[in-house]
Ligand binder design. Sequence first.
Ligand code: FES
Length: 149
Amino acid sequence: MNQDQPTSRRRLLATGGAGAGALALSACTGGDYQGTELTSTPSPEDTAQDQPKATLIELAAVPVGGTVVTKGPDGKPVAVTRSGESEVTAHSAVCTHMGCTVKAAGDQLRCPCHGSVFEASNGDVVTGPAKTPLGAVPVHVEDGKVVTG
Ligand code: FES
């Protein structure tokens, strides 16, 4: 009897099981799933130093008291929240659970994949499964635009 045969079967079963698991996971998470569980978010200092100053959105495109999800200079989604005429904050719109893009919903950001809810104003987790707040993106208003930095 071939000594390698049982090992080969185990490998085949393990490989098949992993493939089936990945397929099942991708099927239940929708199109926004990016395939990695996020365990940390970049610090504001990292974001500010790594990114050149860039316009995120026209200030007028964000209603007072509202949030708009747009693209950051790196192409990743960013949620811009306007709390006053010229007061804005911004956070990564990449869910810290498994990387789906969160959607603006009133004063909250909601993840369509597994239901996490975040405060739009500060990125804090309201409801899991996410445990980590959304990363802050430093922004300010300049010439009627929301600009990073
Ligand atoms: S990716 Fe799971 S709740 Fe957002």
